[in-house]
Design a protein around this ligand. Structure first.
Ligand code: ATP
Length: 237
């Protein structure tokens, strides 16, 4: 297996008296798609927020061996960890083009950016058509595409995706998962948080099941898909 790119060790997250994450540990290796699946409130988003430097935590999060705790959220993005937050995190009052341009702010390879616009518009022709439309006026599915496209434009070495399939029609869910595969094929390591366990486990090399702040199962995507407990709790029997 390739080198560990991201290592989460004994992560605890609390909101006041509520302990959301209870000392979880997991690794993501370079080139993998790893998924965290779990029900509402299991702590999936909190895990991603901790990695992104958006909330305080105890325990260690290492990226390429470097501890992230004291590093600010914007520097973490600059280190190559791109984020697609739940609820999309796009700028509604900026156009599609402006949203995409903003995602490149930390990049130093300016000449490559024009090429990436072509690549992203190749993947998402709908966004190219609507490049001058305000983000807030896009449909839900288009906004989700824009959020994923922003992560592509930031050219992260790693991308954190928080429920990219949320609220999308089945045909778009398949499209988003196809694109996640494509992003991964082009060399980006993916940490994917999903309630859609079926699609996520099919796409992932490995997965972890998060239940009320604890990791209760782990394995390859195929192992988890075949696990009776996963089937019963997350795959509709
Ligand atoms: P969902 O799929 O519903 O988004 P999740 O697995 O991403 O769920 P989290 O959003 O990480 O779960 O929430 C984990 C727990 O922490 C939940 O019990 C939630 O109510 C609590 N929590 C999350 N954010 C806060 C906050 N800002 N203040 C207080 N409690 C919070």
């Amino acid at each position: 297996m390739n080198d560990v790119l991201l290592s989460v060790q004994e992560l605890w997250v609390s909101y006041g008296n509520i302990k959301a994450i209870h000392g979880i540990s997991f690794d993501v290796h370079e080139g993998e798609i790893v998924t965290l699946i779990g029900a509402n409130g299991a702590g999936k988003s909190s895990t991603l927020r901790a990695i992104s430097g958006l909330i305080p935590y105890t325990g260690k999060i290492l990226y390429k061996g470097q501890e992230l705790r004291k590093i600010s959220a914007d520097k973490i993005v600059g280190m190559g960890i791109a984020q697609v937050p739940e609820g999309r995190g796009i700028f509604g009052n900026l156009t599609v083009l402006e949203n995409l341009k903003l995602a490149t702010w930390q990049r130093k390879d300016k000449p490559e950016i024009a090429r990436d616009f072509e690549r992203v518009f190749g993947i998402f022709p709908r966004l190219q058509e609507r490049r001058n439309q305000l983000g807030g006026t896009l449909s839900g599915g288009e906004q989700q595409m824009l959020a994923v496209a922003r992560a592509l434009m930031s050219r992260g070495k790693m991308v954190l995706l928080d429920e990219p399939s949320m609220g999308l029609a089945p045909v778009l869910v398949r499209e988003i998962f196809r694109i996640i595969g494509e992003i991964n094929q082009s060399g980006t390591t993916v940490l994917l948080v999903e309630q859609n366990a079926n699609m996520a486990l099919r796409a992932a090399n490995r997965g972890y099941v998060l239940e009320t702040g604890n990791i209760t199962l782990s394995g390859t995507g195929a192992e988890l898909l075949g696990n009776p407990r996963v089937k019963e709790a997350y795959l509709g029997g």
